[in-house]
Design a protein around this ligand. Structure first.
Ligand SMILES: Cc1ncc(COP(=O)(O)O)c(C=O)c1O
Length: 516
């Protein structure tokens, strides 16, 4: 049958989109545009955050979808050299728009959320996976992606002191999902048949005992797992906002005395608010004594295990029954790439007991260990470990240790700079690269906490919208405060000193206009 003209036109449009020469030419131009961009961003030649109101950005994104018909760069659906050239130009224009409107995490003045200035080449390894659409679920769908993930699980697991072959792990889409997966495993182990029968039972309801300042995804996990958010018992903290092992011991003893099933204790390495690392060895002793599963949320601090200087912060991590570690935090790779680990490999299939014969081939049962879908919420899963594996293969373990050392060291230095400045107040002694503080200019000294707190939030908004620095807001003792995470390894002490100047100047301007 002769293809009709509309089918032929459709084929031509598809061929233009899949044209390898188009890929080659856009790829070459992309490399140049990104190279120029990084040269400017890494030297702070642009604003850190390109601030635009949501409506402005949405309108601009919409405009890109529907260029006016008269626009000479509107997509030309043909594979001719002229058509290809126009598509390349349009591609470059779209990329420039993305860069001009984005957030410049690679500017050393970006010291905001726990999302890093990622090693740029990690993104290129990810891009190879994306361009060729490598996915996982079962081994044969993404054989190289599965092998790479397995190798990185083994590489990171052995960093905390575990022996190859004894432990297991899997990569998932983010720390929240990683915590959920590990806690699902803990629930299934603690409650036996809850996967099949659900968690409703006679007797006292099961609980999770978690660091009182654990990330909100722990409470969410309790909700999702059918335990209920009210069943998260807050482990009491000491003056440095770490779990107090003696009081944990008391809590577990009280729960046991009431016959209350304990799904897990969740400790943090470190907790989000001020980066406090729990005393894991002492907590592990308590958990062993009570026969309770210890889960550690090491999303941020797992990377300390790579540093000779900071490894003591995570001493005892190897005694956890499960822990998670976000590579898209302190391993400086693009989101999302999070690891779940089980100390005992026997637990690797406990979270899910999925029966999907169309996916998992019973004629090759030995493959199950390499079928990620048996161990993760995701069925189809992005090949998320290429960036980490590629950067580790190129630069080795030392680069990761260097990035931890440099950024954690700066946390301490920033604290000292703040402590020496009469108009700044560090609000805790940092153990890592997270520092919470306030700017209290002479005009506000002695003012009510609420007014000082409001000033912090206004100050931050001015600074970030001007694109001068990127820092984040938080609260401390109920009042507004400022928070930095030094998670760009290009940031130096000089940038942190500059931050104080910027906050002072902006603060003076605000105080001239607003009465606090
Ligand atoms: C300690 C901790 N756990 C979990 C998370 C959540 O991780 P994700 O954003 O990858 O879901 C965070 C995020 O900052 C965190 O700080």
């Amino acid at each position: 049958m002769q293809p009709d003209s509309s089918t032929a036109a459709a084929r031509a449009r598809v061929a233009a989109a899949f044209d390898p020469d188009l890929l080659r030419q856009t790829g070459h131009r992309l490399a140049d545009v990104l190279g120029e961009h990084f040269t400017r961003i890494e030297t702070s030649a642009e604003r850190v955050l390109n601030w635009n109101a949501p409506a402005t950005n949405i309108e601009a994104a919409q405009r890109c979808l529907c260029p006016p018909a008269s626009d000479p760069t509107s997509p030309l659906p043909d594979g001719s050299a002229g058509g290809r050239g126009a598509l390349v130009e349009r591609f470059v224009e779209l990329v420039r728009t993305m860069l001009a409107r984005g957030h410049n995490l690679h500017d050393p003045r970006y010291i905001g959320h726990q999302v890093p200035a990622s090693v740029p080449l990690a993104g290129l390894f990810d891009a190879v996976g994306s361009v060729t659409n490598q996915v996982m679920a079962i081994y044969e769908m993404g054989p190289w992606a599965s092998a790479v993930e397995q190798v990185m699980v083994e590489t990171l697991g052995t960093q905390v002191g575990w022996q190859r072959g004894e432990f297991a792990g899997v990569v998932t889409h983010g720390g929240s999902l990683a915590n959920l997966t590990a806690l699902l495993t803990a629930r299934n182990v603690a409650l036996g048949d809850s996967w099949q029968r659900g968690v409703h039972r006679d007797g006292p309801p099961p609980v999770i005992v978690a660091h009182a300042e654990a990330h909100y995804c722990i409470a969410r996990s309790a909700g999702i797992l059918g335990l209920g958010t009210n069943q998260v018992v807050k482990a009491r903290l000491d003056a440095r906002r770490k779990i107090d092992p003696e009081r944990l011991d008391e809590t577990l003893a009280e729960l046991r005395a009431k016959n209350q099933p304990i799904v897990a204790v969740v400790a943090c390495a470190c907790a989000t608010p001020v980066g406090a690392f729990d005393p894991l060895n002492d907590i592990a002793d308590v958990c062993r004594r009570h026969g309770v599963w210890l889960h550690v949320d090491a999303a941020h601090g797992g990377a300390a295990s790579l540093s000779d200087r900071y490894r003591p912060l995570v001493a005892g991590l190897e005694r956890a029954d499960s822990f998670i570690w976000d590579a898209h935090k302190m391993l400086f790779v693009p989101a999302l790439c999070a690891f779940v680990f089980y100390r005992d490999a026997a637990h690797r299939f406990e979270a899910f007991r999925q029966d999907a014969p169309y996916l998992f081939d019973p004629s090759a049962p030995g493959m199950a260990d390499y079928d990620s879908g048996l161990k993760t919420v995701e069925c189809t899963k992005r090949a998320a470990a290429f960036g980490l594996w590629g950067v580790w293969s190129l630069f080795g373990r030392q680069l990761f240790a260097d990035m931890v050392d440099l950024t954690f060291d700066l946390g301490r230095q920033f604290y000292e700079i703040l402590a020496a400045a009469p108009d700044f107040e560090p609000l805790h002694e940092p153990e890592c690269n997270i520092v919470v503080f306030r700017h209290v200019p002479p005009e506000l000294r002695g003012a009510p906490a609420e007014r000082i707190g409001k000033f912090q939030l206004d100050l931050r908004r001015e600074v970030i919208e001007a694109g001068e620095f990127y820092i984040v807001p938080t609260t401390a003792n109920g009042a507004g405060a400022l928070r930095v995470t030094i998670i760009n390894p290009l940031t130096t002490r000089a940038h942190l000193v500059d931050l104080l100047h910027t906050l002072r100047e902006t603060g003076r301007r605000i105080l001239r206009q607003t009465v606090y």
